[in-house]
Design a protein around this ligand. Structure first.
Ligand SMILES: Cc1cc2nc3c(=O)[nH]c(=O)nc-3n(C[C@H](O)[C@H](O)[C@H](O)COP(=O)(O)O)c2cc1C
Length: 428
């Protein structure tokens, strides 16, 4: 059966950005019904029952996260929509923000209502200036209609949403870095626990959810739990999913399919296969921070658990296709450089490790590597995992470690022959 689009259904309608058109297509009816007819507790229970898991990277069950928010603390509850989207290879939230902003706002209203939040924030990546302008206009339109502000939709519920632009830091996508940044400080992640749901923004209970996660909510409350659960590979991996397919592929695109589409079906049938009919060398399934899969490992479903069973992650769903013309040493160096530039510097293993890894990979790439370098990098990798405040350090170590372990001969060739194996073969 052909897949029926949900999240991207209206993105090719240029007028859907305008509130009149969004309403014409049935928009905001669901949020209105939710705040008028369903109790917050039931919104949480319904969301739990769908099995919806966060689309920001960790795949944490959304309804369960909301249920951790303590009640009656006397403190306000905040909701932060994470629109920082900075993981290399990831560009899905941007499509929702720029093409169908009211879908996101409607999702925020439902989530905020569920956790008794009256002030929500959208933390948008600094570079998304177009998205900022589009969302800003959409928020103003929703306000004018009475869908935001006091007594929204004529109910007893008040909600304001503040749009906040970041300054272009990857670390501010990490939920506690985001919270620090919203408070006007440097985006330095906080030690957890306490988790934001208990002690987040301004010391108050705070839910942080990804754009795509929130965009699912109007559809869930419009079409129901069973409909949502009928999409996906199994009951732990449910719902529609956006895949950002890039790299050496014929039709790079942000595409929507069920969570758990077979990876090679996504690449070959949906995205036209590997560029120029070249041989596949590997696929990074979840953005630059996750371990690469070799071609023989690519017979896998794109869901949280199937990818975990292969030793990698769905992450932010940045699917990067790599063909035979790519040099793994160069890719490892490029990856390490990104994380070395983006580390916040709080933790020694991350600050020093990412920088040092870049230095050693740089010398291997440029023909000055030493035989002991690979053992040293792998040693660094094991000292960078699971030991820091946030997982940026792991995000550098995991992909580099996998590249060395799975394509070791290329790294050894660079060290011994002082040149690239890929270009040597291309010119042979
Ligand atoms: C270094 C780092 C960067 C992150 N960047 C993002 C991001 O850009 N967008 C996002 O939604 N989540 C990002 N996350 C995950 C968030 O910390 C958090 O888990 C997520 O926003 C929760 O939303 P969800 O439950 O809807 O997935 C990042 C995590 C880490 C460790």
């Amino acid at each position: 059966m052909p897949y029926e689009l949900v999240l991207l259904k209206n993105i090719h309608d240029p007028r859907v950005k305008e509130i009149d058109r969004y309403i014409e297509l049935g928009g905001y009816k669901t949020a209105e019904r939710v705040v008028k007819e369903i109790t917050p507790k039931d919104v949480i229970e319904t969301t739990k029952a769908t099995g919806l898991r966060g689309r920001g990277g960790a795949g944490f069950p959304t309804g369960l996260k909301w249920s951790f928010v303590p009640k009656d603390t006397g403190k306000p509850v905040y909701l932060c929509c994470n629109a920082d989207e900075s993981e290399p290879g990831t560009c899905k939230d941007r499509v929702i923000i720029e093409r169908d902003p009211h879908q996101l706002i409607e999702g925020i209203i439902i989530a905020a209502y569920a956790v008794d939040c009256h002030l929500a924030f959208i933390y948008i990546r600094g570079e998304f200036s177009l998205g900022y302008r589009i969302l800003d206009k959409a928020l103003q339109e929703a306000h004018r209609r009475g869908f935001l502000g006091r007594k929204i939709f004529g109910s007893a519920y008040d909600l304001e949403i503040i749009l906040h632009s970041g300054a272009g830091a990857y670390i501010c996508g990490e939920e506690t870095g985001l919270i620090e940044s919203l408070e006007g400080k440097r985006g330095h992640p906080r030690q957890k626990p306490p988790f934001p749901a208990v002690q987040g923004l301004y010391g108050c209970p705070t839910v942080v959810n990804n754009v795509e996660t929130l965009a699912n909510l109007p559809h869930i409350f419009n079409r129901g739990v069973e409909w949502f659960k009928s999409i996906g590979s199994n009951e732990k991996n449910t719902g529609p999913k956006l895949y950002c397919v890039s790299g050496q592929v014929n039709k790079p695109a942000v595409v929507e399919r069920e969570l758990g589409i077979p990876l090679m079906e996504l690449i070959n049938d949906v995205c036209g296969g590997v560029r120029n009919g070249n041989k596949l060398k590997g696929i990074i399934p979840g953005g630059s921070s996750v371990p690469i899969l070799r071609p023989e490992e690519c017979d896998v479903r794109m869901d949280f658990d199937s990818l975990a069973a292969k030793g990698t992650l769905l992450g932010s769903c940045g699917v990067i296709v790599i063909d035979e013309t790519a040099c793994m040493v160069r890719l490892a160096l490029r990856t390490a450089r990104f994380y070395a530039e983006e580390t916040c510097g709080q933790c020694t293993q991350c600050r020093e490790g990412t920088w040092w890894m870049e230095q050693v990979l740089h010398r291997i790439e440029y023909g000055h590597g030493k035989p002991e370098d690979l053992r040293m990098i792998l040693d660094m990798c094991s000292n960078m995992k699971g030991v820091t405040i946030c997982v940026l350090s792991d995000a550098c170590a995991m992909p580099v470690e996998a590249m060395i372990n799975k394509y070791r001969e290329e790294f050894e060739y660079h060290i011994m022959e002082k040149r690239c194996m890929v270009s040597a073969h291309a010119h042979a």
